[in-house]
Ligand binder design. Structure first.
Ligand code: KIV
Ligand code: ZN
Length: 534
């Protein structure tokens, strides 16, 4: 492999010369996506990557290329398509991993290889079976190799917060000497507290050799609910990068929530005295996009982006708010991109009103997408008197122009029977022109519809989870059906929207069957065997 110059379009970062700001390293597509329930297909990953770039994150960790051919391709596709944001790939400290990661990142104008190796006594003994010296040697060799292939290299000492301080300092010093430009100290198991984090970062900045030449980074998990507080403590102690995810998704209890860190720094600006480059008005739309792509509904009381985050129900609060907003409000809904009102559209509304409302909701759509949304909007307006914001979001977020088919539903009939059983018949059309009609009986309409789709497409869809929720208001509200299926040792999920819940379930089942069908016809271009997840 030749030395690449992935960062050629951008001047090299000199952490000392840069304005003092906190870099936001988003790992929704790696640490977030690897958590159960949050998997995304390639088109969805690319869509989220564009939204993250528009949001203004500094680094997008797009995946772990060595993990599987699909992960490799997802990272490569993001590297090919995004401009203006550094694209990062995770890699173990192994030559093969590093080379695969560099290949996946090759098209990115600005790229970073993110190396990780466990340093804590528990991980050294039971996970790696490596001595301290072996960890030091592996770090030095890996960082050197990565620097031959990429100008930006981040080194993470996995389980850093449970690592002996002197040893951690030595490993980080060796990483800097070998060429790392970012040092990340992850609280891998979410064990630590803000005071301890601040103390560690202060120590590292004072004791790591070459500390002045690198950016220190925090990566906090939320097992004890302290990920955001710990990230802020690290910033107070001089960390200039934080690793976080939209909505706080991630392994186990999740990672630090990006929107919470960003707004804490902004609302408490006099206290922290440092900011990020995030466009906060895009926080809410990005949060909604991720929730929709993964089919996971946010708790209403989620900080910053939950539906109740700016709702004031109690009479006393409302009274106070009318006198002075500041009585019960520390930030305003508009600051984070909440739409101003629940404007209702109907079948007489035109393209202009639709576009304007979509823009107010934070969705900028190009002409062809607007045409498609408008056609779907008109069809929906024929079935439903009033179109609410939730309906519009469902239409625009449901657009998946890259991946139609191969199957679509032409006809669906469902009948439920007293006692719980149901029968469903479907007629599906394949993009090659075939038409298949099948019927199935099940324990209720959802079971029957999934079985009918299984029979018609020939894909097995063992159900792991199913839920449905109303996306707007009223008895004629659209439902979003989300289906999770375990197939070929992987978790797949699909969603479907309709004012008819059986149709929504059928569309969700077909969404999964289509994804499986597309996957199975891909050419096998395996860069490496699948490795265990981290
Ligand atoms: O939590 C962790 O330690 C990680 C590393 C791979 C950075 O995710
Ligand atoms: Zn992590």
């Amino acid at each position: 492999m030749t030395k690449k110059t992935p960062n050629a379009e951008r001047p090299q970062e000199d952490p000392n010369a840069e304005e003092d700001r906190v870099r936001i390293f988003d790992t929704s597509l790696r640490d977030g996506e690897q958590a159960p329930g949050f998997s995304m297909n390639r088109a969805q990953k690319l869509r989220l990557a564009h939204a993250l770039s528009d949001l203004g994150v500094d680094v997008i960790e797009a995946g772990f290329p060595q993990a599987s051919p699909d992960d490799f391709e997802a990272v490569a596709q993001i590297a090919r398509n995004l401009r203006g944001t550094t694209i990062c790939g995770l890699s173990r400290c192994l030559a093969g991993d590093i080379e695969t990661t560099a290949r996946a990142l090759e098209p990115a104008p600005s790229a970073r290889i993110h190396l990780f190796l466990s340093t804590s006594p528990l991980h050294r003994e039971f996970k790696l079976g490596m001595s301290k010296q072996q960890v030091i040697d592996a770090t030095a060799n890996a960082v050197r190799r990565a620097r031959e292939l990429c100008d930006e290299v981040e080194f993470s000492a996995e389980d850093a917060l449970r690592t002996e301080r002197d040893f951690l300092t030595e490993v980080f010093s060796v990483a800097v000497e070998a060429g790392a430009n970012t040092l990340n100290a992850p609280d891998t198991v979410g064990y630590t507290t803000p005071t301890e984090v601040a103390d560690l970062f202060t120590w590292l900045r004072a004791n790591v050799r070459g500390a002045g030449d690198v950016v220190f980074s925090a990566h906090c998990h939320d097992d004890l609910g302290m990920a955001v507080a710990n990230s802020l403590a690290a910033i107070s102690a001089g960390a200039r990068q934080v690793e976080c995810t939209i909505n706080g998704i991630g392994e186990r209890a999740g990672n630090a929530a990006l929107e919470e860190i960003v707004m804490a720094l902004r609302v408490r600006a006099p206290l922290y005295g440092i900011d990020t480059r995030i466009d906060a008005r895009k926080l809410y739309p990005t949060s909604r996009l991720l929730a929709q792509l993964t089919g996971q509904v946010l708790p209403r009381n989620k900080a910053v982006v939950g539906e109740n985050a700016f709702a004031h129900e109690s009479g006393i609060h409302q009274h106070g708010m009318l006198k002075h907003r500041g009585t019960y409000e520390i930030m305003q809904a508009e600051d984070v991109g909440f739409p101003k009102s629940q404007l209702v559209l109907g079948k007489h509304s035109g393209r202009h009103a639709l576009r304007q409302r979509l823009e107010e909701l934070g969705h900028e759509v190009d002409e062809p997408s607007l045409e498609r949304v408008f056609a779907d909007f008109k069809a929906l307006a024929d079935r439903k008197n009033e179109i609410f914001d939730g309906d519009l979001e469902a239409l625009v977020l449901g657009l998946d122009p890259d991946h139609p088919g191969p199957w679509r539903i032409e006809h669906l009939h469902a009948a439920t029977h007293l006692g719980g059983s149901a029968s469903v018949s479907v007629k599906l059309v394949h993009e090659d022109g075939r038409t298949v009609s099948e019927a199935a009986i099940g324990d209720g309409p959802v079971d029957a519809v999934v079985r009918a789709v299984e029979r018609a497409t020939g894909e097995s869809l063992p159900l792991a989870d199913f839920h449905i929720r109303a996306v707007s208001e009223g008895g004629d509200a659209q439902g979003q059906a989300v289906i999770e299926v375990n197939h070929t040792n992987r978790q797949w999920h699909g969603h479907g929207y309709s004012t008819d819940i059986v149709e929504a379930a059928a569309l969700a089942a077909l969404d999964v069957a289509n994804a499986i069908a597309r996957e199975s016809r891909k050419p096998a271009s395996a860069p490496s065997p699948k490795v265990a997840s981290l």
